[in-house]
Design a protein around this ligand. Sequence first.
Ligand SMILES: NC(=O)c1ccc[n+]([C@@H]2O[C@H](COP(=O)([O-])OP(=O)(O)OC[C@H]3O[C@@H](n4cnc5c(N)ncnc54)[C@H](OP(=O)(O)O)[C@@H]3O)[C@@H](O)[C@H]2O)c1
Length: 307
Amino acid sequence: MTGFVTSGRPHLLVLGAGGQVGHELSQRAWPPALDVTSLSHAELDICAPEAVAAAFQQLRPSIIVNCAAYTAVDQAESEPQRAEAANATAPGRLAQACAEAGAALIHLSTDYVFDGVSARPYVESDAVNPINIYGRTKEAGERRVRERLERHVILRTSWVYASHGRNFVETMLRLGAERGTLRIIADQRGCPTAAHEIADAIGHVVTMILDGSAPWGTYHFCGAGATTWYDFAAEIFAQSARHGGPQPQLHRIRTEEYPTPAQRPKNSVLDCALAKERLGLVARPWQQSLSFVLEQMFAARSGSAPR
Ligand SMILES: NC(=O)c1ccc[n+]([C@@H]2O[C@H](COP(=O)([O-])OP(=O)(O)OC[C@H]3O[C@@H](n4cnc5c(N)ncnc54)[C@H](OP(=O)(O)O)[C@@H]3O)[C@@H](O)[C@H]2O)c1
């Protein structure tokens, strides 16, 4: 990584810029007074300490947004070291580097830090108890960030999708076009969250950090309203009908009928009241954000809005 020039102005560094949230962030319009560098996995591996140190030295970032993560939930069960390196060790080192450089860190985490047995939405102060490797490594990452850096905002989000990348919406549309019927899990509840909404929330937090008003800490932020994977799928197909999308028959199944390597929480609904109160973040109803993303997806397919 060579050739970067620093200007003395605040510098925002986005890591994992090729992912769903990272991509949305790198497409954003930022205040002109802010220098922004977005680096994909290929451009900066957060698990490579020398490369991270070189990036800090060359770019002198004042705010880092860490969107990089090992997000393959099932694969993590057979690759725990890779998941640990990206989700726990690397964020810990990033937090340390931020502390030494006087920078702030916005770090993303997950609803999967919870075990899902609660009968109500999870609040930030609820005890964590991850039930899969991915969740365990993300929880360890959160803890290391908190231990090493005061100036951090951890945003826990859930069920992320975008008009690009691999996600539930893309999978449903692909499978729906290939098969006449789909069996969808109807006993796991959560909050679908559009990556562009997370990017908007991060943009708002960046503004707060720049004006010195950011209340550091851990917050929940996800799409408003909760649903099941089955009802999420039903809404995807109902809305995509307007765009000529596939219309498969859907069948409700229980988690036990679709065994996966990683266990998933039955309830991963996040209560976002604290983020509203302290950060002023208010997410749209998840169905509205879905509608926006589907429009983008179908427009891109028809060639009218390439992304
Ligand atoms: N996706 C979800 O449903 C979900 C739910 C809750 C929370 N979250 C959290 O939200 C954040 C963003 O998720 P997302 O949906 O945008 O994930 P994503 O689309 O999978 O993007 C993650 C990005 O991180 C990159 N990456 C992986 N290892 C890296 C490394 N060592 N160094 C640099 N980059 C690396 C990946 O690159 P490669 O593809 O090349 O590996 C990918 O571009 C993550 O912290 C995730 O844990 C996601």
